[in-house]
Design a binder for this molecule. Structure first.
Ligand code: FAD
Length: 431
């Protein structure tokens, strides 16, 4: 048994960690077994943990099976990292249509959480670009499914938190791009009214939209970032990034009231000064935290939570305002505070997180009861607004909020693999 923790480093638990190396071995290991597939453990909470049980570590399934540079169709094993796909495909003029704020995640993890990026209003979520996948079940069955093939299995597995079986390979549709460069625009906003105006007016002309909100300001000021891929000549193809590392776990969180206030003020002012258009490499712009290895250590030995919710647009502004007020009143803040609108699209997955509305994601150092009390206040706002919490980030949502937030839960459970269980499934589903 070895100790394993997830990205939030809230605690570490003993696991029987079984690294898998290829598709055949994976199918054999899963048949008749009990466990949970784990990708690159970039989920913040307990969706990728199975304390005192088995973890099938999927990162050894890292092979490209077939790639057609004419059509952009890629077939690969489920443990391939999104970074490795993009570094291979950009050379041929293709990128993944949808990626989250890190590319250090596996294809299996991207499907199982149906991850979203900054372009949800245009391209939806990761599952929208999966053509087919192969699922290995603990009863020994191997199921090929896609949007038009065994569609029930597909809809349950996209966003299915690894609970329907182990994805061993997938076929993805990449998107044609002119190159690796983005034209970006940064626009400071003074309050939430301005944020929603910017979101509305930017969606038609900008493929990527996202914003940083200063959650200590109380008024919802922030920075709106929008970007489009563009053909920029004479820049070469390299991102020019030199990675840095947080070298050790500090004895206490480096993120506290004082450092947050200073960070937020400096970040807002510095970006206000350089507001306007710029050109950036997609890796540098889209995955800034990938350049600071082990940044999750900054939060010290007690780790941190990410709280990400989505609320319907009609209730959105009042709910976001109420959440920001609750955070300010609690004296706890988040330097990573992302506010973004989702497009008016229905996700393919029964349990997918994205839905039309506005999503707020915040990181909080773990301060025990104080943090738990803040989350209860945020939960009440999300519940009243008819919203939901994102499983990929969660380690503590109450069961009633999970059930109300995911109305297709009963349908999903018909596809559950009884041999697969996680800390999250035991907490929220009871097994
Ligand atoms: C810096 C950072 C930024 C992020 N930004 C975003 C964002 O913008 N949008 C977003 O949506 N998410 C975001 N995330 C969350 C991250 O994208 C998801 O948690 C993702 O699912 C992690 O993938 P993973 O490979 O690390 O899988 P894990 O975290 O190891 O596992 C995630 C889930 O997938 C299941 N799983 C893994 N492999 C398989 C498989 N082969 N078959 C079946 N199930 C499997 C696991 O059981 C688990 O339920 C971010 C995370 C970080 C650290």
């Amino acid at each position: 048994m070895v100790k394993v923790s997830s990205w939030g480093r809230l605690d570490s638990h003993e696991h029987d960690l079984v690294p898998l190396a290829d598709r055949d071995q994976a199918v054999r290991a899963v048949a008749g077994g009990r466990g949970l597939p784990q990708g690159n453990a970039r989920s913040y909470g307990d969706v990728c943990l199975n304390p005192d049980g088995r973890l099938w570590r999927m990162t050894g399934l890292d092979r490209f099976i077939a790639f057609d540079p004419g059509t952009g169709r890629l077939r690969c094993e489920a443990g391939v990292l999104l970074r490795d796909i993009q570094r291979m495909s950009i050379v041929h003029g293709w990128l993944l249509p949808v990626t989250p704020g890190t590319q250090m995640i596996t294809v299996g993890g991207a499907i199982a959480n149906d991850v979203h990026g900054k372009n949800h209003h245009v391209l939806g979520s990761f599952g929208d670009h999966v053509l087919q996948l192969r699922l290995a079940r603990t009863d020994g069955r191997v199921i090929d499914c896609g949007p038009d093939l065994e569609a029930g299995w597909f809809a349950a597995t996209v966003g299915g938190m690894g609970l329907t079986g182990v994805i061993v390979e997938a076929e993805l549709q990449l998107r044609r791009v002119a190159g690796p460069w983005l034209v970006t625009d940064t626009v400071p906003y003074r309050n939430l009214d301005e944020f929603f105006q910017l979101a509305d007016t930017s969606e038609a002309g900008w493929e990527q939209t996202v914003s940083w909100v200063d959650c200590l300001s109380g008024i919802g000021r922030g920075l709106f970032f929008r970007a489009n891929l563009a053909a920029i000549p004479d820049r070469g193809a390299e991102s020019g990034r030199k990675p840095k590392r947080v070298p050790f776990v500090p004895p206490v969180s480096l993120v506290n009231g004082l450092s947050l206030r200073a960070f937020n003020e400096t970040y807002f002012r510095a970006n206000t000064l350089k507001a306007g258009y710029a050109v950036a490499h997609f890796e540098k712009y889209t995955y800034p935290l990938d350049n600071l290895h082990d940044w999750n250590r900054m939060y010290g030995p007690r780790g941190f939570y990410q709280y990400q919710s989505v609320v319907p647009r009609a209730a959105g502004q009042a709910a976001i305002q109420a959440m920001l007020a609750a955070i300010k009143a609690s004296g706890q803040g988040s330097f990573l505070a992302v506010l973004k609108t989702f497009g008016d699209r229905t996700s393919r997955g029964m349990m997918s997180f994205p839905r039309p509305g506005v999503t707020l994601a915040l990181d909080f150092p773990n301060r025990g009861a104080q943090t738990a009390a803040l989350f209860e206040r945020l939960d009440a706002i999300v519940r009243d607004a008819g919203g939901r919490i994102y499983a990929a980030k969660d380690a503590r949502m109450p069961r009633d909020l999970f059930e109300s937030g995911y109305p297709r839960l009963a349908e999903f459970l018909q596809y559950r693999d009884p041999g697969i269980s996680s800390a999250m499934s035991r907490r929220l589903i009871g097994s």
